[in-house]
Design a protein around this ligand. Structure first.
Ligand SMILES: Cc1ncc(COP(=O)(O)O)c(C=O)c1O
Length: 389
């Protein structure tokens, strides 16, 4: 029996993650080293998925592995804090200027914690977020009325079109004094990896201040684009941020950051404090890997990787391929992402199931050249031109 057949018997649809499923069934990874993944049939691909943008140094980076292994030999998890969570929080504070941090195990959990923090801090219920943006799988951030989500959840969430100043102003005027937070991804992947307008974001900051709502930026994907996250490019001071992916060096992670005053509901001694545990939150293996991975990803490395991404995007664009994104994150816009996925996979490139390409520092110029050629060969420019209109 094939592994896919075995999987279908014990996992619904044969998969654990909807986001890695491609019909009829994805190949299985058996080995990752640097920029290369080998599947169960021995086929090798250049990894432009990088576990959905999280493997900033590719697979099995020796320094990251050494840090994680050393940590693991001293104990993988404790019912006590460890110094490593303090070190990673200090590192994040230095990169971002954001005062305090709390760790968890995924971006989904970070967003949940962020919303809880916002509601606890403001004493308000309503959350505003934007159409098409993905913030993980929490009830409040999936589509209103999504199967399995209580209808009442959508009463506490307002979904607006991003970059529509009129809709934002009207919503703030009508609901401003009930809004706990506005949650924005400045370059939402699922919505096409298009950036939020600078003017729009400046207005959003002003309006949230005016109405006493918090501005929360989801940097789970975009953190890799600047030393302290994409919001720095906007000159923006968010009240809360959620991060994940690259900050864990390839291990499960999430975190929120904010001013001490905003995160004060989590202070255990406070009367009425928000209680938030997490058996594996801030485990020393993730923390050690994250500290090492971020230490190897300074502003020079970030700029270099972004430049390579910009060059690849220009090349694809010049070849007539519709491609969005910025820096090291690219998104192919094609009518049939599954067809593109398989077409690229056969040509030796692993992308996201929605056409997302995320570069890693493990890629050489030759890898990137091969990725560019594979995309040009795999995609019919006529199709993508229609899609991008
Ligand atoms: C912007 C954003 N927020 C949150 C999440 C959820 O993160 P995780 O998959 O670690 O739960 C993702 C995942 O891709 C994301 O892109």
């Amino acid at each position: 029996m094939s592994i896919a057949d075995r999987a279908r018997q014990v996992l619904p649809g044969g998969t654990t993650r909807t986001t890695v499923f491609v019909p009829p069934h994805p190949p299985y990874a058996v080995h990752g080293e640097g920029a290369i993944v080998t599947d169960h049939r021995g086929h090798q691909v250049i990894d432009c998925n990088n576990n959905y943008t999280s493997l900033i140094h590719g697979h099995a980076h020796p320094d990251v592995l050494q840090a994680a292994t050393e940590a693991a030999w001293s104990g993988t998890a404790f019912g006590l804090p460890t110094a490593s969570e303090v070190t990673l929080a200090e590192h994040l504070r230095e990169r971002t200027g954001i005062e305090q941090w709390r760790f968890c195990n995924s971006g989904t959990e970070a967003v949940l914690m962020l919303l809880r923090a916002a509601r606890a801090h403001t004493g308000r219920d309503l959350i505003v977020r934007f159409e098409g943006s993905y913030h993980g799988t929490g009830d409040a951030v999936v589509s209103p009325g999504a199967p399995g989500v209580a209808r009442s959840v959508s009463d506490s969430v307002l979904v607006l079109p991003q970059n529509d100043l009129e809709a934002l102003t009207a919503a703030m005027r009508k609901h401003g004094d009930r809004i706990a937070a506005v949650l924005i991804d400045l370059m939402p992947n699922r919505a096409g990896l298009n950036r939020a307008d600078y003017e729009y974001v400046a207005k959003l900051r002003a309006l949230t201040r005016q109405y006493g709502a918090l501005l929360a930026v989801d940097e789970v994907i975009t953190f890799r684009l600047r030393e302290g996250g994409l919001h720095q490019e906007y000159g923006l001071q968010p009240d809360l941020v959620s991060v994940g992916k690259v900050i864990g060096g390839g291990f499960p992670v999430g975190a929120i950051g904010g001013r001490a005053e905003v995160l004060s509901p989590f202070v255990p001694q406070t009367p009425g404090a928000v209680s938030w545990g997490g058996t594996f939150s801030a485990n020393p293996v993730t923390m050690a890997a994250g500290i090492t991975a971020l230490g190897l990803f300074d502003s020079q490395k970030i700029a270099e990787l972004n430049r390579r991404g910009d060059e690849l995007r220009s090349r694809l664009h010049d070849a007539g391929v519709a491609v969005h994104g910025s820096g090291s994150l690219l998104r192919l816009i094609a009518p049939d992402p599954t067809e593109v996925w398989w077409s690229l996979y056969r040509r030796g490139v692993l992308c996201g199931t929605n056409g997302l390409l995320a570069l890693s520092t493990a890629m050489t110029p030759t890898h990137i050249e091969r990725v560019g050629q594979a995309v040009i060969d795999a995609i019919d420019p006529k199709d993508t031109a229609q899609q991008s209109q």
